[in-house]
Design a protein around this ligand. Sequence first.
Ligand SMILES: Nc1ncnc2c1ncn2[C@@H]1O[C@H](COP(=O)(O)OP(=O)(O)OP(=O)(O)O)[C@@H](O)[C@H]1O
Ligand SMILES: [Mg+2]
Length: 318
Amino acid sequence: MTTAPSLAPATDTVLKADGVTMRFGGLTAVRGVDLTVGSGEIVGLIGPNGAGKTTFFNCLTGLYVPTEGTVSYRGTRLSRKPHLVTQAGVARTFQNIRLFANMTVLENVLVGRHTRTKEGLWSALLRGPGFKKAERTSEERAMELLEFTGLAHKRDHLARNLPYGEQRKLEIARALASEPGLLLLDEPTAGMNPYETRATQDLVLAIRAQGTAVLVIEHDMRFIFNLCDRVAVLVQGQKLVEGTAEVVQADDRVIAAYLGAPVDDNTTPDDAADPAPTAETPPTTDAPDPGGAPSADTAPDATPPADRPAQGPTGDTP
Ligand SMILES: Nc1ncnc2c1ncn2[C@@H]1O[C@H](COP(=O)(O)OP(=O)(O)OP(=O)(O)O)[C@@H](O)[C@H]1O
Ligand SMILES: [Mg+2]
């Protein structure tokens, strides 16, 4: 299987991943993946369960140190420390929701702002005028984000009491609080009903309209093909195809990958008897997260969604 070339976007490049490889012992979860995201772009990352999508996100955000390859944000090599990646301008949400369960909705968003506040320890302890002003500004911005994501009316609710769809929205609000230039979303609609999924689609478009590029992993093909300017397909850790929704949907290798048929570069159109995964037949809507990244510096007390058990915060680090 050959790896699909990276299609450089016409716009300025925000994210550039070059030859990213991640090995876990004998298993190569991500193999030589090149990917770019341009400013103003929404790029989709799809692939069957276990294809390496979350692992790739973890390599981009410093949770995993790639075995090989480099990741740059706006032309500068990204740090291997998650909080510095966030500070540089790359924010993310997690496949397994990670919120501060016993904090309010507003407090969760305020936590997301910490990389953008300059007030130091003494300022906080003395609670001087500088600190109070910064606190007010942060709260105003957090409230704006809650309005933006439709959660303002829940500002004083504990995160753990929110329905699953709203927890996912809160994760997005918290990620946006760090004022990112690039937002990575790992299955933002998993477990949502069609109405919530549609609202999330509109939210992602609004995020792009505000100047933040988006890279999104999803199994919901309707969501991906409606939303994305470009879609990359990962299969067994390798990028198989990259292109517009039309190009990807028409590619026989994508069809074969989703249907479990052997992937062969010489596959001809006649070899694919079954239709491509379409909006009507998404491969799956939700999936377990073997590589869901823990992050001590983002949220130590993850909230398990009602319909999925929490994954241990330490069990899935490399
Ligand atoms: N920390 C780890 N240690 C060992 N293997 C891992 C680790 N994280 C991920 N893997 C393995 O890497 C492969 C890719 O997993 P990953 O979670 O990235 O897939 P995915 O494409 O996100 O799948 P899904 O759609 O189910 O979320 C899997 O075989 C997984 O078991
Ligand atoms: Mg995943």
